[in-house]
Design a protein around this ligand. Structure first.
Ligand SMILES: Cc1cc2nc3c(=O)[nH]c(=O)nc-3n(C[C@H](O)[C@H](O)[C@H](O)COP(=O)(O)O)c2cc1C
Length: 325
C-alpha cells in the first residue's frame, strides 16, 4: 500500500510502532522494520546517550530496513541530556525521529540539518498545527483511547482524526486504539495516511517483555484501563492493577493538593519491574483501551501481514461490495 507516509519514510506498509518505555528495544524495532513497517527504538529507555548509540548499532545488525528513534521530552522536572541523545541519533545515521511530550522546537534545527524526518506525537489539533508550523514533517495524532499520555482534552479518534484532516497540510498517522485491518481502513477513511500502534505490538512474539505482560494484555478487556495523574495535568492511561488502585486512592484522598511526590512510589521505577521482571502489581504502566481487541500473541510479521490482508479484503470486498449495491 502506498500513502504519503510510506513514501516519506521509505517503508512498505503504513504501520509505525510507537516509542514505548522498556519495550522499544532493538529486537522489536528490527522485527517491525523487517516486516515492512517502521520500528522505533525508545531513546530514554537507554540510560545514557552512549547506550542509545549501542542500541542503534545493535538494531542495524538485525535489519537493513529504515528504523527510527523516539525522543520523549519529559515534563520540566526531569531533564535528560537531550543534545547528547540527539548527537547519538544523528551519528547513528537515523533518518526518522518520533518526538513526543513537550514542544520539540528547540531541537528542530539540529534534526532538520541532519536530514531527519520528524514525526511529532500530538493529542490535539492545536498541537498538530503547531508541529506543522515549526517544521515537523508529519504528526502522529493520538486519540483519548491511547495507551500512555492522551493529553487533557479527551477527544476520541472518531472526531480527532477528521478534525486533523480538516486542518493539516502535512500527513498524519492515526494513533491510539489501532489493532488490525479494520483500524487501518477506518484511519485511512478518516483522513490518516497510516497507523501508529503501541499496545498491540507489546503482545507479539518479539515483544521484548516478560510473558506476564503479554498475557495481561490478552486477558484484559476494553474496560480495564484507568486514567491516573489527571490532577497533575500529566494524565496517563494505564492498566488496572493493585498498585494503580492504591494510586487512585491516594489521588482521591489528596484531591487538589496532590503532588508528584504523593504518587512517586506507584509511578517511579515501575517499568523494569513490570516489563522485565513481570511483577504485574508493581504500579502504573501504560496500556491502551485497545487491549480489548487483542486476543493473541502473533509474531510481528504475522501481525503486520494480517493487518494488510484484512485491510485489503475490507477495501476490495466488503466496502467495494457495499458501494456497488
Ligand atoms: C507500555 C507503553 C509505553 C509507552 N512509552 C512511551 C514513551 O516512552 N514515549 C512516547 O512517546 N510514547 C509512549 N507510549 C505511547 C505509544 O508510543 C503510542 O503512542 C500509544 O501506545 C498508542 O496507543 P495504543 O497503545 O492504543 O496503540 C507508550 C505506550 C505504551 C503502551
Amino acid at each position: 500500500m502506498k500513502t504519503r507516509i510510506t513514501e516519506m519514510l521509505g517503508i512498505e506498509h503504513p504501520i509505525i510502532q510507537g516509542g514505548m518505555h522498556y519495550v522499544g528495544f532493538a529486537e522489536l524495532a528490527a522485527a517491525v522494520s523487517n516486516a515492512g513497517g517502521l520500528g522505533i527504538i525508545t531513546a530514554l529507555t537507554q540510560s545514557t546517550p552512549e547506550l542509545l548509540a549501542k542500541e542503534i548499532a545493535r538494531c542495524r545488525e538485525m535489519t537493513d530496513k529504515p528504523f527510527g528513534v523516539n525522543l520523549t521530552f519529559l515534563p520540566a522536572f526531569a531533564e535528560p541530556p537531550y543534545p547528547e541523545y540527539i548527537r547519538a541519533i544523528i551519528e547513528g545515521g537515523i533518518k526518522v525521529v518520533e518526538t513526543a511530550g513537550r514542544n520539540p522546537q528547540p531541537y528542530m534545527p539540529y534534526l532538520k540539518q541532519a536530514g531527519i524526518k520528524v514525526i511529532h506525537k500530538c493529542t490535539s489539533v492545536r498541537h498538530s498545527l503547531k508541529a506543522e508550523a515549526i517544521g515537523c514533517d508529519a504528526v502522529s495524532v493520538d486519540g483519548f483511547e491511547c495507551g500512555g499520555h492522551p493529553g487533557e482534552d479527551d477527544v476520541t479518534n472518531f472526531i480527532l482524526l477528521p478534525r486533523a484532516a480538516e486542518e493539516l497540510k502535512i500527513p498524519f498517522v492515526a494513533s491510539g486504539g489501532m489493532a488490525d485491518g479494520r483500524s487501518l481502513v477506518a484511519a485511512l477513511a478518516l483522513g490518516a495516511e497510516g497507523i501508529n500502534m503501541g499496545t498491540r505490538f507489546i503482545a507479539t512474539k518479539e515483544g521484548p517483555v516478560h510473558d506476564n505482560v503479554k498475557n495481561a494484555i490478552v486477558a484484559a478487556t476494553e474496560l480495564d484501563t484507568r486514567l491516573v495523574m489527571r490532577k497533575l495535568r500529566n494524565t496517563e492511561r494505564v492498566m488496572m492493577n493493585s498498585g494503580v488502585e492504591r494510586l487512585l486512592e491516594i489521588e482521591k484522598q489528596k484531591g487538589d493538593a496532590l503532588t508528584i511526590a504523593d504518587v512517586y512510589e506507584q509511578v517511579a521505577g515501575v517499568y523494569p519491574k513490570i516489563m522485565r521482571d513481570g511483577e504485574m502489581e508493581a504500579g502504573a504502566w501504560s496500556c491502551g483501551m485497545v487491549a480489548g481487541l487483542i486476543h493473541d500473541i502473533p509474531s510481528v510479521k504475522e501481525l503486520i501481514d494480517r493487518i494488510m490482508s484484512q485491510a485489503d479484503a475490507l477495501i476490495n470486498q466488503r466496502l467495494a461490495g457495499l458501494s456497488r449495491a
